[in-house]
Design a protein around this ligand. Sequence first.
Ligand code: GLY
Length: 381
Amino acid sequence: MAFQSQRFASLDELWNKLEQKTDRMIDQMGGKSPHVAKADGVYDDNPTDAWTSGFWPGILWLMYEMTGKERYKEAAWDWDRKLEENFVRPSNFHHDVGFQFLPTAIVKYRLTGDADAKRIGLEAANFLAGRFNLAGRFIRAWNNVKGAWHEGNDGWAIIDCMMNLPLLMWASGELGDPRFKHIAVAHADTALANFVRDDGSTRHICCFDPETGEFLHALGGQGFAPDSAWSRGNAWALYGFSAMYRLSGQQRYLDAAKRVAHFFIASVEDDFVPLWDFRVDNRSGAPRDSSAAAIAASGLIDISKYVPAGQSGLYLQAAERMIASLTDRYATWDTPEHEAILLHGTGHLPRGANIDVSLIYGDYYYVEAVSKLKGWNCHMF
Ligand code: GLY
């Protein structure tokens, strides 16, 4: 079965629409660093140290690579430098420099050979490596922000960090220096041992003693409860372990990605998009998270290429169904003035933040997944 949308007769037709949409977004976005668009359809503008600052430029670089059109390159060009300014002023950069610099500096260097982009990417990789806790063999997630819900988090690691590890793997490859890879593999093994449950569901936050490295307890974080299954966290794990398999060749990471994928595929709603958490106590009226479906779909396409041919269809068909559902039921094609591509994402429900909104990372991974269906065979993560 190939990709089948009720809205578009072919993948090429969908792609043309996405190009038109991105052209319009360039005009609408100006210099904004978007994260969330609410009911008014207008993306907000965030400081460039926010974890989401790489995704809009990532869409632009992807469009450039897919089409060769200079307009996308021009719009994307300055973003790695804008983000880099946060290294030389007080900022809240943390482990998510992978999310920020892989779709800006690293892709720019890969596509253009720009030496400054390479320098910036290595700067980010050094910063990420510096967050490694040797006793616990994990990369520390966030910073201590006084009064924030996550204050006192010196020993915290989160599942999202799997997506930042490709920055370290890139640095090792680029420099011929295995230190960065050693940190990435150590963190991935800690995540495999502590975050991925036997049934393929995942925890969001694990708290370790920052001095001894001992595992203390899990927290629900952006999920419903410590023992629940935050769907975007599951998607980060599915994609992140698959990326670590690609970059390290270690079978245990592909096995983990498959286990998480099986749980994800089995747990989505009838329209192949998940609720914001797979294990909420009251499902009725619980919001979905379209971004989790987009991330998972992109990761599933990767897994479908790494498994033997006889297994491939399970992952590819699940991805195609998710992308078709997002395309037919969740996109803004009929309201072109809306600045986002996808509707119905959920940011941080336990804090009451960004529920049933558009999220720039949902848009990014949707574009990425459609590009992969179109034959894009490269990787930002
Ligand atoms: N990395 C934060 C999130 O997924 O919301």
